[in-house]
Structures are given as C-alpha cells and as structure tokens.
Design a protein around this ligand. Structure first.
Ligand code: SF4
Length: 278
C-alpha cells in the first residue's frame, strides 16, 4: 500500500497558508506542485522563491508552456494546436457571453496530474496507477468557498486512486483566517495568483494591474489585441471577436474612471474552478 500526499499550490492566500501549516507540522503532505502558465505577475514568482527558502515540503514548478504564446501562435510547428481562455464575446444581438476555456485543464490540472504520475509515481505515459496506490491531493479551499469544494469533489468522484483533501475546511478556516495567519508568517502580503490577462478580473483588479505592474499590464494588452488580430490561432473558429474585458472593449482604450467598480471577485467565488489562484 502506498500513499502520496500532494498539495496543489495555487499559490494564492489559501494554498500558501496550507503550505506554511505543513511546514509547522499542522497539515501533512510531502510535495507541493505549482502548475506554471508562465503568465503570473512577477510578485507571484518572487513569492514562490521565498516559499522555497523556508524549508517546507519540496515545491515542484511544472509547466505545459507559456499560455499566452500558445494562445496566439499555437504550440506545434504546424500551428494546429488551439487552446482557449475564458474570453468574452458579443453576439450579433448584443448579448455578451464567455468562451469555454481549456486553459485550466491543460495548463493547471493536467500539469499537476502529469507531475504526480511521471515524477512521483514513476509511471510511463498511459500506464495505469497500481491498485495499491492512493494519491491524496490537497487543495487550499476555505470554508467560505464550500461551493468550490463541492465542484472539486464532484470532479474527483470518478477519478480512481485519487482522494481530494481540504484541510482548511477541516480546520474551519475562512479566507480571512488565512490572511490573519499569513500576516504573522510572511513579511509581505501574498500576491494574487492568476494569469495577468485572465478575464476573471474585476475592474478594480484591472486598474490595480495597470497601476502597479507595467509589465503585466503590457502583456495583458498584448494578448487582448492578439485575440482580435487576423491570422492568430486564437481567432480561428470564432465568428465574433474576443476580448479580455467583460464589456467587450479593447483593454487599452478603457476609461476606468467611467466604469462602476465591480465588487464580485470571481477568483474567490469559484468561477476559476479551483486550481487557478487558490
Ligand atoms: S488564471 Fe485564467 S487564463 Fe490563467 S489558466 Fe486560470 S482561467 Fe485560464
């Protein structure tokens, strides 16, 4: 019988709290895996480097490639590969919708699963997990995100040999509890983890990116424009144009002072489906 205990490291507030709890022996897992889209704000990469100096469980950083580059250019030499992010689009009748995304599955979920199978379990591609092996995957989901935990639970219901674990829920910790704990443990605020161009952003969050992270903002504008440029792989198969902002306006031209701040923070309400930014 072999058990493997692995943290899905977001590495936002909740999963950072879990990582530090493990370092104190209050939660047990043996590895942490960060699936890197290559598109996080610089502050997130600095944060990861800091975590690595603390002597907790080993942090494996693994990637399926740089998401924005793959989105625009395709990944293979024929340019046939296509990946989508949850971009907004306006139908001819004016209704705004959101494109179905593949990014979370391909750049987060599969990356973590591949690292577990190949590196921790030593399996070859398509080789089955031995019967006596159980993988416990730890998630930084707090009690105020019960819906998120329920969705994750549902996803894992049919996954053999894998058991999801939610230690923050077992501890009864909310996101606020995590923030309070982290204030005592880290000399800085844990940065928000998500791709800089992720459409799951509030107006305030876009404005914050623009004002505090020039390189991240430049990248977001670059990807936003590429979503509508002729000949990029991201535009194939879409009759309507794609946008990063929920009003379907080009990001660079938005007058932020004229927009009512949106208070909804999708990254903490579950829209990102659990493995981006936790
Ligand atoms: S943060 Fe957003 S764009 Fe990045 S992988 Fe997650 S859902 Fe996709």
């Amino acid at each position: 019988m072999s058990d493997y205990h692995v943290l899905n490291l977001g590495p936002g507030v909740q999963s950072t709290a879990l990582y530090l709890l493990a370092r104190e022996g209050r939660v047990r897992f043996d590895w942490a895996i960060f699936a890197d889209t290559g598109e996080e704000p610089a502050a997130v990469y600095r944060h990861l480097e800091h975590l690595r100096t603390l002597g907790g469980p080993p942090i494996l950083v693994r990637s399926a490639g740089r998401l924005g580059d793959d989105l625009v250019h395709g990944r293979n030499s024929t340019g046939q590969r296509f990946v989508s992010i949850p971009a907004f689009t306006r139908a001819p009748d004016g209704r705004i919708g959101m494109v179905r995304r593949q990014c979370t599955a391909e750049y987060k979920v599969e990356v973590v699963n591949r690292a577990i199978r190949r590196e921790l379990l030593g399996l070859k591609p398509r080789q089955r997990i031995p019967r006596d092996v159980t993988v416990y995957q730890y998630f930084g989901i707090s009690i105020d995100e019960a819906g998120r935990a329920a969705r994750a639970q549902k996803r894992f219901a049919e996954v053999k040999h894998t058991v999801p674990v939610y230690p923050l829920i077992e501890l009864g910790w909310s996101r606020t509890d995590c923030v309070g704990y982290l204030r005592q443990k880290l000399p800085y605020e844990v940065p928000k983890s998500s791709c800089v161009f992720c459409p799951y952003r509030t107006n305030l969050s876009w404005l914050h990116l623009k004002q505090t992270d020039p390189e991240g903002w430049r990248r977001a504008v670059e990807i936003d424009e590429a979503l509508r440029a002729d000949g990029t792989i991201a535009t194939r198969g879409f009759r309507q144009q794609l946008y990063l902002h929920r009003t379907c306006q080009p990001l660079a031209g938005i007058d932020w002072t004229a927009l009512v701040p949106t208070t909804l923070d999708p990254m903490t309400t579950g829209e990102c489906l659990g493995r981006c930014g936790t």
